[in-house]
Write a protein that binds this ligand. Sequence first.
Ligand SMILES: C[S@@+](CC[C@H](N)C(=O)[O-])C[C@H]1O[C@@H](n2cnc3c(N)ncnc32)[C@H](O)[C@@H]1O
Length: 375
Amino acid sequence: MLPRRLACSRHAAVRMGIDELAAMLPPVTGTTRAELEDEVAAVVPPQDVSKLLADLKQLQPDETGIVRWFPPTGLKYCAGGTALWRLAKPYNDYLKVREMRLAEEKAALILDVNKTAHHWVLDLGSGSGWMCKGIVAEALRLCESVTYTPLDTALEAVNTAKEMYGLELPAAKLLPHVGSWDDAMQTSFYKDLPQDTEITATFMGTTAGNFSDDYMVSFIDGFLSTWDQLPFRAKLVLWVDGAPSDLKPAQAIVDAYGCAEDGALDFHMMKMINASLDLDFPLDKLQWNVDYDTREEAIKMWMEAVDNFPVNHHGQQVTQIPKGSRIQTQMSRKFSDALLQSMAERAGANLVIHRTDDDFYKAAVFSREATAKRT
Ligand SMILES: C[S@@+](CC[C@H](N)C(=O)[O-])C[C@H]1O[C@@H](n2cnc3c(N)ncnc32)[C@H](O)[C@@H]1O
């Protein structure tokens, strides 16, 4: 899938080369090729490597003369990348602090508990579960009993969540699930529940911003349609970064995502690409860019070739990258109220939006009349 052309923007984009980024970051210990390969092996199954190489071979310039490529995001979030990610304070202050505050301060409104008996908090793509603690803590205050399910494809994340909730919120019953959120779109996932159960499923960490609108509409519809078949009141809460508004300048988004640590993370990913595919992208010929795409309502990050260069695999040229080519490293969609409303309409859902006072961050609650009525 090729991105549409970037819309012109009036705000200042961020552009940095690897040397500038390296100079701004605390010294990071050198990563050996063997270490990179170990990391790669953990995230890219061997059968995918040949597919990725085939994709790369077929790259052609588009109608604007630019070769565009989306590397697999799995190469970003693994050991070395996660360590760099933790350094990204401007980004984390902008996003994570607000998300956490919204979860803590507006938990009662978001939970909107109808019954006080049993509440099941289902944390989809939970990671370590740290973001959901405010919601679970409030559910414990409001309800007689609470079950918390950290659900993630990463075993390590689910184990971390189990340990943390066991220590910090021991009153919540833990029902961890290692697997895909698709598993929770099956009615068989909801068995042996007390009759007076209410379900709140959370999708936190701006994960929704990584997906297309179509994917998110089918995600919302998938959950609500599954719950339609169950005798429980249930809702899905998407935690999203808001689009620019009167209160939120686009430049605030560019500044937060354009921090040096975020750039270092993307260069780390390029190293992983070189190591995993045995390629030789010259990092010094790539410039890292961040800008807000007004038309797509998304922040875009990409590496731009500042020169023509060949890319070799095992010493054999696979492609020639022309100056100006873009390797997209991340896209993070921002959500206007209008976009959320149109998603709700397409999914046949009711929508209630809770937000931080500065309008930077939102929790969008999707539910269906049919499920709400069974209370
Ligand atoms: C952006 S992180 C958010 C983590 C956490 N909720 C937070 O707020 O910090 C997305 C998480 O989704 C998980 N994930 C990705 N694809 C998944 C899938 N299909 N099913 C379940 N979890 C998935 C990843 O392992 C990762 O932990």
